[in-house]
Design a protein around this ligand. Structure first.
Ligand code: 13P
Length: 239
């Protein structure tokens, strides 16, 4: 069974629109029983998505449980809300200054509070030549602090995010295998889920999901487009 995560990023801008998109996901998912859909809206719409019966992920969280951390949300609060997953280390957060060390601390806290981290890794265009080393460092910093088979990995080449320039599916498959082998060899963890993210749409999803080591997709822009997203779910369900 493939996993599709809809990362809504900082969208939509009203609760009314959020309600509409959640109703759409709800209707779509009822048509399929062979795809695992997780919706990652902004924090303020998590409760609403949950009330619609959707499986939900937060897009970030802080590593402390509570305290004087203005503007932060803890994984304990997310747990209390019924959130099952937290995206961590997304490239858009790395661009805002998050480093491997901070992401590792957040991952540890999320695991301690019994939520599942969705850990994003991936290289920039300038790092393409040293891609494996970059990914190894990103994985190593997290797994050395918090090794767990409950971590979902998302391989998101940073140059492919929101650009329409998606990774060659064969290359993505090789990187997925590299990630799985590295986690197994270094940390003794088998069967880790690895999803692909970066300009996934209704056209290219099939070639990605045809690769047996690509366990699903982390979808940004196309998750806000009903036609595209319906196609993605339908294809994922058929794999
Ligand atoms: P796009 O699908 O818009 O490229 O975004 C991918 C992403 O960042 C998902 O987390």
């Amino acid at each position: 069974m493939k996993t599709i995560i809809a990362n809504l990023k900082m969208n939509p801008t009203s609760e009314k629109e959020a309600d509409e998109i959640f109703n759409f996901y709800q209707e779509e998912i009822q048509k399929f029983n062979r795809v695992n859909l997780i919706v990652a809206p902004p924090y303020i719409y998590l409760k609403l998505a949950k009330e619609k019966g959707l499986e939900v992920a937060a897009q970030n969280c802080f590593y402390e449980k509570s305290g004087a951390y203005t503007g932060e949300i803890s994984s304990l609060m997310l747990k209390d809300l019924g959130v099952g997953y937290v995206i961590l280390g997304h490239s858009e957060r790395r661009s805002l200054g998050e480093n491997n060390e901070l992401i590792a601390k957040k991952t540890k806290a999320v695991l301690e509070n019994k939520l599942m981290p969705i850990l994003c890794v991936g290289e920039t265009k300038e790092e393409l030549k040293i891609r494996e080393n970059i990914i190894k460092e990103q994985l190593k910093s997290v797994f050395s602090l918090a090794a767990s088979d409950r971590i979902i990995i998302a391989y998101e080449p940073r140059w492919a995010i929101g650009t329409g320039e998606f990774c060659n599916p064969q290359t993505a498959s090789e990187i997925h295998q590299f990630i799985k082998d590295f986690i197994k060899d270094e940390f003794g963890i088998n069967n880790i889920l690895v999803l692909y993210g970066g300009s996934v749409d209704g056209q290219n999803i099939e070639i990605f999901l045809n690769q047996s080591n690509i366990d699903g997709a982390l979808v940004g822009g196309a998750s806000l487009n009903k036609e595209e997203f319906a196609k993605i779910l339908e294809i994922a369900n058929s794999k």
